[in-house]
Structures are given as C-alpha cells and as structure tokens.
Write a protein that binds this ligand. Structure first.
Ligand SMILES: C[S@@+](CC[C@H](N)C(=O)[O-])C[C@H]1O[C@@H](n2cnc3c(N)ncnc32)[C@H](O)[C@@H]1O
Length: 328
C-alpha cells in the first residue's frame, strides 16, 4: 500500500476502530494478564471482567496488526503487545489510556466544529479550554499527568544526553508537570539547583519536593515566573496560540537577565516533509488547545518578538528537538 493508493483511504476510513480496540484493551489491562505462555480468552475475560466473545473479536483484530498472536488455544505476546504491559520500561499503556479519555474521544467527535470555526473542539466540552477541563476532571487529570510522566521516561534521557546543562546554576522547568525532566537534569548536573514551576493544582499534588536540589513554585506563566539561568519549556509552547505563546515568552523575558538561556523542547517541525506522526500531533493540538506544532522559523520569529535570539537547534535520539535561545 503506497501513500497515495486508494487502499490508504480504506485503511484511514476504518482506522478509528483498531485504535479504539487498542485503547480499550489497554484500559482493562489485558496485556498484564499474559506472561510467557498463551492465555485462553475465557481466562483473560474473567480476569478483566469482560465478555469473552467480544474480547475475543477485539483481540483477533489486533492480532492482524501483530499486536498479540493466537497460538495453542490462547493469546500470547508479540514484541508489540509487550509494550502494552504496565511493567514494560517503555510502556505505552499510559498513553493509550490517555487517548481513550473523553477529553480526546469527545473532542474527536466534534472535530468538524473545529474545522468549520477554527475553535478548539474541547471548548465545546469546557468553554475555558483543556486546562480548566482537567481541573474539573481529576480522574482524567491523573491519567493525563501519568501519561506525560511516562512519555518523559523515554524523552528525558534523550534530552539530558543531547544537551549540556552543566553551565547553569539555576534551572527553572516552566510548566514542568511532575518534574520528571528537571529531576533527570539535576541528576546529570550535580552543581545545579532546580525550580519546578507549574499551576497550583499540579504543584500542590506533589506535596513535597522529592529531590534535595529541587524547589517547587506554584504560579501562572502568564503572570510571573522565578528567575533562573536557564528556562526549560518542554511540551508547553505547542499548547498555545501565537499570541499566548508570545505572552509566556514575555513573562519569562521579564525575569531573565540578558544572556539567560531559553530551551524549548518539543517536536519542532522540520521545514520540509514532516512525518504523519508529527502532523497528527499538530491536529491534536488543534482539537484540544489553541496551539500548534511549529517550525524552527516560526519559533525563531516568536523568540525575536519577545527579546530572545535563536542560537541553535539540538537533535536528540528521541522525537524531541531542543531549540535554544538567549535573552538579549
Ligand atoms: C503538556 S504539559 C507538559 C508537562 C511537562 N513539561 C512535560 O513535558 O511532561 C503542559 C504543562 O503546562 C502546565 N500549565 C498550563 N497552564 C499553565 C499556566 N498558566 N502556568 C503554569 N503552568 C501551566 C500544565 O499544568 C502542564 O503541566
């Protein structure tokens, strides 16, 4: 099947079903009930509280994609299905649980509203947008935060390996979530102090800093952020439109001394031929936020307008790229 073939249309037309099957199987924890031997579907269904016939048909579809295999009267793991286990070091279960939440599924169902109006689909569910939505839905917020943390388990080592953080005395992780990146950086740079900055509901849930050189700081990055030698923004700017991104950068610029470093860590788009995965993330941003994935040139223009100068792009071994700028 080539990219421009009619078969591609059929694959895309039905694509929501296998994706949803994967989410449901992850949500109910099927992969964790299989070890090295095949497990009969009746046993899996009983362990997960599922209807055996329905679970069987859903698993059979997934086997057609190489996720699980049917053998010796049961379902066994493949390399792909092992990644659905909770205890896999690169587990995809938190991400699949996130993609199966109402915030994604309900937004997807009203995507036409977004296409016709340009307004984020999530605002049909919560007028104030995705962060207010998560504030109101603590169960979904828990799954969202867990997915962000576990996605970072792959991203953080790649970022810490790729970029030299040793010149910085104080590093602020702005919109740093649970601090997974900052902890990774502090472990790699023994001389540095870290400030984890996020919304009060996120920071207060952490209750106490669990790293001797990490301080917690609750606040609003449209208002004020603490002073630092380096400001890290991972997966933050792509959540916001240009006007709000400019305001976040301006807030940081107010606290940054000339020469301070700004590091924007996200899937910065190449100027040519971005991958389907990168463009899917862009449409997720369209549906859920007022943000977008940006190219190097687009980021650079926003840096200029806020009083920063783009100084270079660092590639990582993962999906992240690191755009560096200096306060002027
Ligand atoms: C997509 S998450 C990224 C989290 C983390 N940097 C990572 O890469 O895993 C965006 C973060 O921005 C935070 N955030 C949203 N609005 C904020 C605001 N006004 N002030 C501070 N943080 C905010 C959210 O709470 C969330 O933790």
């Amino acid at each position: 099947m080539t990219q421009q073939s009619p078969e591609m249309i059929h694959a895309l037309a039905y694509g929501a079903y296998p994706a949803r099957c994967l989410q449901v199987v992850s949500e109910i924890g099927v992969a964790d009930r299989i070890d090295d031997e095949p497990v009969p579907v009746g046993k899996l269904a009983a362990a997960c509280g599922a209807a055996p016939g329905a679970l069987d048909r859903v698993l059979r579809l997934l086997t057609a994609y190489g996720v699980f295999e049917e053998r010796d009267g049961g379902y066994a793991h493949t390399a792909a299905s092992r990644v659905l286990r909770d205890d896999h070091p690169m587990s995809a279960r938190p991400l699949l649980r996130l993609m199966g939440l109402p915030m994604h599924l309900d937004s997807l169902s009203v995507l036409q509203h977004t296409v016709m109006t340009g307004e984020p689909a999530i605002e049909v569910l919560e007028a104030e947008g995705v962060w207010a939505y998560l504030q109101e839905q603590p169960d979904e917020a828990e799954i969202f935060n867990h997915a962000m943390t576990s996605k970072a388990a792959a991203d953080v080592p790649a970022v810490v390996d790729a970029y030299d953080f040793t010149p910085f005395g104080v590093i602020a992780d702005i919109g740093g979530g649970r601090g997974h990146l900052l902890r990774g950086i502090l472990d790699a740079v023994p001389g540095a102090e870290g400030v984890l900055f996020d919304r009060p509901s996120v920071v207060e849930a952490l209750a106490f800093p669990d790293h001797p050189r990490l301080a917690l700081h609750a606040g609003d990055f449209f208002d004020t952020v603490p002073a630092a030698d380096a400001y890290v923004l991972m997966h933050v700017l792509h959540n916001w439109d240009d006007e709000r991104t400019a305001r976040i950068l301006a807030t940081i610029r107010k606290s940054a001394a000339p020469g301070a470093t700004l590091l924007v860590i996200e899937n910065v788009l190449p100027d040519e031929r971005p991958t389907p995965a990168a463009l899917t993330m862009d449409v997720i941003m369209l549906a859920l936020t007022r943000g977008r994935e940006r190219t190097e040139g687009e980021l650079s223009a926003l840096f200029d307008a806020a009083g920063f100068r783009f100084t270079g792009m660092t590639e990582t071994s993962g999906t992240m790229r690191i755009a560096e700028a200096k306060a002027i």
